[in-house]
Design a protein around this ligand. Structure first.
Ligand SMILES: [Zn+2]
Length: 89
């Protein structure tokens, strides 16, 4: 179970609450606005969680990773991209 934000309906509005149940948004008039705010907060949280130094899966060099999708250092990624292109071509 991932910790994250949820949209909660109150009597007259929608709010975004965090994993601890604290309100983290202003009172929003509709669910769409609340969902948009939830996504914005969640994306920011995920970005903080994912970025950081990682060991490259290929050469094990330490590099700055922008996220969990980013597992290869620049050098190895270039190489993999070229390889993929050659295989596709
Ligand atoms: Zn590498």
């Amino acid at each position: 179970m991932t910790r994250g934000y949820r949209v909660q309906k109150t009597r007259a509005a929608f709010v975004v609450i965090n994993a601890e149940g604290d309100r983290v948004s202003p009172f929003l008039a509709n669910e769409l606005a609340a969902e948009r705010e939830r996504k914005r907060l969640q994306d920011a949280l995920d970005a903080r969680k994912r970025a950081g130094f990682r060991a490259c899966l290929c050469c094990e060099a330490s590099f700055w990773s922008h996220g969990i999708h980013n597992r290869l250092c620049d050098g190895c990624r270039d190489h993999a991209t070229r390889l993929g292109r050659e295989m596709a071509g």
